[in-house]
Each structure stands twice: as C-alpha cells, then as structure tokens.
Design a protein around this ligand. Structure first.
Ligand SMILES: [Zn+2]
Length: 460
C-alpha cells in the first residue's frame, strides 16, 4: 500500500455521510501552489501506513488539513481546518532576515545521523522573548520525554529550537476569541470555532523547519499558557518529516498532545478513540499494529496482530485483549487495551504501542555510536570508545569475526588488549556489536533494529 490515499480508502467508513463529515485523508497540494507542505506522494515508510488512522476515503480539499483536537479532559476528536492562517506575518520567507529562525541545539546527545532530531519552532515570541522560547521548548521536551518509552530512550534524541521572531507577543485567540496577533506562524486558538484548537500556517512552519533540515519531528511551541494544540497527522513535508504537533509553550498538560501525535508519526499507530458520528467498521484488516478486525481468539489462532501481548498487564492499566472500538469506529475494529494515550491524553502507551514506538525510535537513531569514525585506521597504541545511549544495552567485541569475551560490555578498549597477530602491515577487522535486549519489543520483524554494529580496521 504505497499511496496514503489508498490506505484511506482501505479504511473506508461504513456510511457515506460519515465519510463526508469526518474526512481524514491527506490533503493534496494544489498544482498552482509550489510552496504547499502537503504532498500527495506516498510515505517513505515501506509499510505504507498513514500517519493518522484515516477512517474514510475523502481527502481534504486543496488548502485544507485534517487535524486532531484535544479537549482539556483528555478526549480527542477531529476537524478539518484551513492550511493557511490569516494571522501569519507575510511573507514568512523573510525568515532569512537577520536573527530570525536562529537554530539552537537545546538537547545534545550526539550527531544527527545516529539520533532522532526533534525540531521545536516558536510562535508568538518577539525578538526580546527568544530566551523564554528556548526555556519553554526545553520544558516541553521534559514533559514529553517523561512519558515511556521516551524516558528510557531519551538519549536517542536531539532537540533543536528554531527561533522564529514574531512581531507581536502571544497568539491570536488568547485570551479572547477576538484577540488578534500577527505572528511568524500565524498560531490561533478558536480555529474552526473550537476554543482549544490551536492552528498554524503550515507553509510558514515548513519555511522555518527548513532551517533545521535534520528534522525528524516538528513541534510548534506557541507563546501562551492557555491549554490547547492540534495534531496535523496527515501532513507530509518535502523536507522529510511527517506530521506537525502544536502545543502551548506555557501549559504543561499540552505536551501530551505531542506525545499522542508522535504515536502516529513515529509509532505508525492508529487512533484508538471513537467518533460519535461513525458507524461500524466494515473494511479490510487495517495495517496499523494497534487496530484489528480480529477477536483475541482469532489473533491467537492466526498468530496475528498483537497476539504475543494478549493477557499481559499493560502500562496503561488492565490486560491486553481485544477491546471493541477504535480508529473512530464504535465497532468492527478492536484496540489492544481500554484506554491508552492513543485514545485519551495523559495516558501511557499500551504494550503494542510501546513496542511500535521503540521500533520507530530505532528507525532514526542507533543503539551504538562512537566519536571515532569507522573510517579511522586504528593502531596498537590507540584506545577506542563507543557510546551505548540506552541503558541495559549489551556490547560484544569481535576481532576478525571471533569474539574477544574479556572485552564484553567494555565501552573503552585498548587496541593492544586485542592482541592481533600475523604480519605487521596486515589489517584486522574490529567489530563492535550492540544489542538492546529490551523485553518491550518482541516482534521478530522489529528486533533487527535493536542490534547495530560498527567496524574499524586495525593494524599492529
Ligand atoms: Zn490521533
């Protein structure tokens, strides 16, 4: 399933009226709009799973986006909103102006090629408020990374702050619906007449995200203490990131919005909530790992979906089973647990969700890194250090394919300890193999990503 629109069709809702009112297909860029962020092309992920659960086949019109709305009580719903904002500073491409869009690394765990790079872009922060923005962004990451499995895997992430400079402080719709502020990204509450729905101009987001092209994940941090946010789950940027979450910089609870959204973008998870206006699901088996048309018995018999987790106690409470309802549909689809973060904010991922998140982290980041490039030719007098960012990771060293057991789990080794033999000019192969033995990932299709190797050449 390469095209996300077809995936939407696969998950087609039961009733035409529902399909027309609760669209969730990806927006298709108008041909006349070269700057459009959304692209009709297929996601790069070979599983072809769409970012959102896409319960019907109606794509948003050009210039529209399907977003998720997060109420204060934790419930989640959907809305269709304009992709542009009337309150964006034009032209946002003037971001090239001095001082605007400055990129700062606020959490540094290593080089971009071995880490998952989160990019936070500020909105409604003036030139004088850029330090406040970086503090708000750091606090937001603290809230997000307190949730499992982020907490265990936090060293797989870098966090970058893109300091978009806004002409005015604060964002539209705060404190009153009538409040208007011109800002770099055009953030506004009361989007679609929903007070807590915090929309942005997604082309402006993309223009600033381009300043940190390493972005794997984009979060917009708005200068407001008012609870709110949005999840642009179907947005796919030509820059490579999928989805945008918007959060209130000064509201701790809003960080959970980003956690839910990354369930889609990183975990490729579906929503587990139900929309009031949807009928029973009658489509084919959905591709996402946390929705199934199957009963628990059927999963066990067919060795399908989350059968390995059935009956196990889940971090979000209760045991993994097949709970009726999910992917917006009240029936016809089952979810793994009663109430995970993919159903309500402020909750934990369930066991299948946690497994999918860890696999998603490892699609971007590595369990083994070293400051010494593998192109370095090591000599007998050298020492070599590797980094294992995830605690509990096991490490083994191999010389010419044979393990050196004495060095097991040693992060720094002396080449002299290896005792390579043979003619002096001959090169030997030194290999470090790291494995994250976590019991949170059990699917054999996902476990290869838990092992990484680095190879150097060594001479005596
Ligand atoms: Zn969602």
């Amino acid at each position: 399933m390469r095209n996300s629109r077809f995936t939407s069709l696969l998950l087609a809702g039961a009733t035409a009226s529902a399909a027309l009112t609760v669209g969730a297909g990806p927006a298709v860029a108008a041909p006349s709009d070269p700057a459009a962020v959304t692209a009709p092309s297929a996601p790069s992920d070979p599983s072809g799973v769409t970012a959102a659960s896409d319960p019907d086949g109606v794509a948003a019109s050009p210039g529209e986006q399907d977003v998720e709305v997060f109420a204060e009580d934790g419930t989640i719903g959907r809305a269709r909103v304009p992709a542009a904002s009337p309150f964006v500073a034009e032209p946002f491409m003037s971001a090239a102006a001095a001082g605007d869009g400055a990129v700062t690394k606020i959490v540094n765990n290593g080089s971009t090629d071995s880490k998952l790079d989160v990019v936070m872009i500020g909105d409604g922060y003036t030139a004088a408020e850029q330090e406040k923005f970086r503090k708000d962004a750091a606090a937001k990451w603290k809230d997000i990374s307190a949730v499992q499995p982020y907490a265990t895997y936090r060293k797989l992430f870098n966090v970058w702050a893109v300091g978009a400079v806004s002409a005015q402080s604060g964002v539209s719709g705060d404190p009153k619906q009538s409040t208007v502020r011109t800002t770099a990204l055009g953030s506004r509450f009361w989007c679609n007449s929903i007070e807590r729905l915090l929309c942005v101009d997604i082309n402006a987001v993309d223009a600033y995200a381009a300043k940190a092209p390493q972005a794997d994940l984009v979060i917009v941090v708005a200068n407001t203490a008012k609870y709110g946010g949005a999840g642009y789950g179907s947005t796919r940027s030509p820059l490579g990131y999928e989805g945008i979450a918007t959060v209130a910089g000064g509201n701790a609870a809003s960080g959970q919005i980003a956690v839910h959204e990354t369930g889609h973008s990183l975990g490729k998870l579906a929503d587990e909530y139900v929309a009031e206006d949807q009928g029973p699901y009658q489509g084919a088996e959905p591709p996402q790992p946390n929705l199934a048309t199957l009963s628990a018995d059927r999963m066990r018999k067919d060795k399908a979906k989350w059968y390995r987790w059935l009956g196990k106690a889940s971090p979000d409470g209760g045991n993994v089973g097949a709970y009726q309802g999910g992917g917006n549909h009240p029936s016809g689809l089952n979810r793994p647990t009663d109430n995970s973060v993919m159903r309500s904010l402020g909750r934990e991922f369930n066991l299948p969700g946690r497994e999918a998140m860890i696999a998603g982290f490892y699609r971007h980041a590595s369990t083994l890194t070293s400051a010494t490039p593998t192109t370095t030719a090591l000599k007998a007098t050298d020492r070599l250090t590797v980094d294992l960012p995830v605690s509990g990771t096991k490490l083994r060293w191999y010389l010419d394919g044979k393990e050196v057991p004495a060095l097991r789990d040693r992060r720094t080794i002396a080449v002299a300890d290896l005792g390579p033999t043979g003619p002096r000019p001959a090169a030997h192969e030194l290999k470090a193999v790291a494995n994250d033995p976590t019991s949170a990932v059990v699917d054999p299709a996902l476990t290869p990503a838990l092992t990484r190797a680095l190879v150097w050449s060594v001479t005596r």
